[in-house]
Design a protein around this ligand. Structure first.
Ligand code: KIV
Length: 266
């Protein structure tokens, strides 16, 4: 097996056993997914963060199944090697196992995703079990779960008290026990993420959870410098806002001053 071979779920789980860190990014469109895949990103998550970074919502709650199916299809068509995981939007699985199987099935059947992600721990373990029982691979998501923004009272770090930390450990163990192949740990203290990572056999993918997870995930718009305000843990690897602004200003000036198009253009 070479590094250019298709990323499968067993291969991903194997990366943890081999001690290889996993770099996950979100993507929502064909061109960005294409670049990520060509750059060797092994897992692309079509996150419901699309609602906040692409659609201008203030939370992920309004995102619909139809929107997620559309973005997942765009990403799937662009990708040759990465594992594509589709995020299940708010209220597409919370009503019970039949609803969850129906929604998750659409991501695999209609959009071509290879796995789904859903938020929650012990409270959704029965849903994860139902999905994995019918052959739908699931990535869990515990700690700061953005679809519960109102119950959490905002996007706050979770697991700072002993009771909260114990609850998150139990959530992560329940997600693994229910058959998930991986779990996102979001917005929790680094030491708690270290403890969970050492207790699970499946890879932990951290976001705002310190360096001890088996992998990291970032929202691609944040990393590229397209988002105006990013959380403190984000490292900006580029400033596309500035680049795009400069390019379109130059274009506007060229049109206004008659420098574009040239006479010979068609
Ligand atoms: O929606 C999303 O992009 C996510 C990741 C940040 C984990 O859930």
């Amino acid at each position: 097996m070479t590094d250019r071979d298709k990323i499968t779920i067993p291969r991903l789980v194997g990366m943890k056993r081999e001690g290889r860190k996993i770099a996950v990014l979100t993507a929502y469109s064909w061109p960005i997914a294409r670049i990520l895949d060509e750059a060797g990103i092994p897992v692309i998550l079509v996150g419901d963060s699309v609602g906040m970074v692409e659609a201008g919502y203030s939370t992920t709650l309004p995102v619909t199944m139809e929107e997620m199916l559309y973005h997942t299809g765009c990403v799937v068509r662009a990708v040759k090697r990465a594992l594509v995981v589709a995020d299940m939007p708010f209220m597409s699985y919370q009503q019970g196992t039949a609803q969850a199987i129906g929604s998750a099935g659409r991501f695999l059947k209609e959009a071509g995703a290879e796995a789904v992600k859903l938020e929650g721990g012990k409270n959704v373990a029965h849903i994860i079990r139902a999905l994995t029982d019918v052959g739908i691979p699931v990535m869990g998501h515990v700690g700061l779960t953005p679809q519960s923004v109102h119950s959490m009272g905002g996007y706050r770090v979770q697991g700072r008290t002993t009771e909260e930390a114990e609850r998150i450990i139990e959530d992560a163990l329940a997600v693994e026990e229910a058959g998930a192949f991986s779990v996102v740990l979001e917005g929790i203290p680094a030491e708690l993420a270290r403890e969970i990572t050492s207790r699970l056999e499946i890879p932990t993918i951290g976001i705002g959870a310190g360096p001890h997870c088996d992998g990291q995930v970032l929202v691609v718009n944040d990393l590229l410098g397209l988002t105006e305000k990013v959380p403190g843990f984000v490292k900006k690897y580029a400033n596309l806002r500035e680049l795009i602004s400069k390019a379109v200003t130059e274009y506007r000036e060229d049109v206004e001053e008659g420098r574009f198009p040239k006479d010979e253009g068609c």
